[in-house]
Write a protein that binds this ligand. Structure first.
Ligand SMILES: [Zn+2]
Length: 345
């Protein structure tokens, strides 16, 4: 597994904004037809979502004075032949994104609102200024669209579809069993299936993330740069976030055990537990019947020196839960006790 992937997957963001918004709901925009659907996932290769992703990356590159789409790479020659109206449309959009959208966190308002609109969750746009903001961003995307369509979209769409097709094949025989095992381990169930997954080039530095547009279900963004071998874990890792929201049974078990031990829960522990639980559950199923060994993403994160302080406690106290040898409460209490001894506060 490459360092890039470990960097991206290892830093997968937790759920950011959890907004419950009845109210205006315009439904999903036309063209949101998935390119593939499995029992748990509806995979999209959506033009506007990919254009948005490309503009976020190009805006960031502009800020950092780094190579960017249409300024370097194979698409440059195509771009340079476009009419100046198309080229300036793209450049204007990149300039807007560089100032307004790209520098913000993936869950900050500027990116979150656009994502919600593109995914068809218009109910998240609660205020007039939200509607105005996404309309401005959409206007810039419209200006950038001819260049993106002419010089990039066909290749991006093909890459997205190939990645999805490969993942669909990998999921095939194991999807239902992995999903069932995860619902059991998280003592929770996905409330809306299939979960929408938009596949794009970059996503962000994390390579994948998830949000919950309550009450309509989750939305995952996944980068095609995640290698195929890790794709099953990447998509189920993000889906696991939906089973481990703040009030979910695993979060409550960890919170309760920490409270009982009068120990302050480290803010990142739940995410490490998520990585471990989903990664190990998937490893066990993928390796059944003597199939080749699978190395969960967390191993790579440990290998680069992150979260290693949690490793022995997870192996000794949490593994028995994943293997069905301890109850959730026993494992949570054991994990907290082991960490408390190792890290007195
Ligand atoms: Zn995560």
């Amino acid at each position: 597994m490459s360092g890039r992937v470990l960097t991206k997957a290892g830093a997968v963001l937790g759920l950011g904004l959890l907004l419950s918004v009845p109210g205006l709901c315009l439904g999903k925009p036309p063209g949101r037809t998935p390119v593939a659907t499995t029992p748990h996932f509806a995979f999209h290769s959506d033009f506007d979502t990919n254009l948005n992703d490309a503009l976020i990356s190009a805006g960031l590159a502009k800020k950092k004075i780094q190579p960017a789409l249409f300024r370097s790479g194979p698409e440059t020659a195509c771009f340079e032949k476009l009419p100046s109206s198309h080229r300036h449309g793209w450049e204007g959009a990149v300039a807007y994104y560089a100032e307004i959208v790209s520098p913000k966190d993936a869950f900050a308002r500027e990116q979150y609102l656009v994502r919600a609109q593109l995914a068809g969750f218009d109910g998240e746009l609660k205020k007039d200024e939200d509607q105005q903001y996404v309309a401005i961003a959409a206007g810039f995307r419209a200006a950038a669209a001819p260049a993106y369509r002419a010089c990039r979209w066909a290749a991006q769409d093909a890459a997205n579809r190939a990645w999805i097709e490969d993942l669909k094949t990998r999921l095939g025989p194991t999807e239902q069993r992995i999903a069932g095992r995860l619902e059991q381990l998280y003592a929770n169930a996905w409330d809306t299936l299939p979960i929408d997954v938009d596949v794009v080039q970059t996503v962000s530095w994390s390579g994948a993330n998830s949000v919950s547009f309550d009450p309509k279900g989750g939305h995952l963004l996944i980068s095609v740069e995640n290698p195929s071998v890790a794709a099953v874990e990447v998509v189920f890792h993000e889906a696991s976030h939906l089973l481990m929201l703040r009030a979910a049974p695993l979060r409550k078990a960890l919170d309760g055990a920490a409270k009982a031990a009068n120990w302050r829960l480290p803010g990142d522990l739940w995410h490490v537990v998520l990585f471990y639980t989903t990664g190990e559950a998937i490893r066990a199923i993928l390796e059944e019947g003597g199939k080749p060994a699978y190395e969960p993403m967390l191993h790579g994160i440990f290998a680069r020196g992150d979260w290693v302080g949690y490793r022995s406690a997870l192996e000794s106290e949490w593994r028995p839960y994943v293997e069905g040898k301890k109850t959730l409460d026993e494992a949570a209490a054991g994990l907290i006790e082991s960490l408390r001894k190792a890290r007195p506060q």
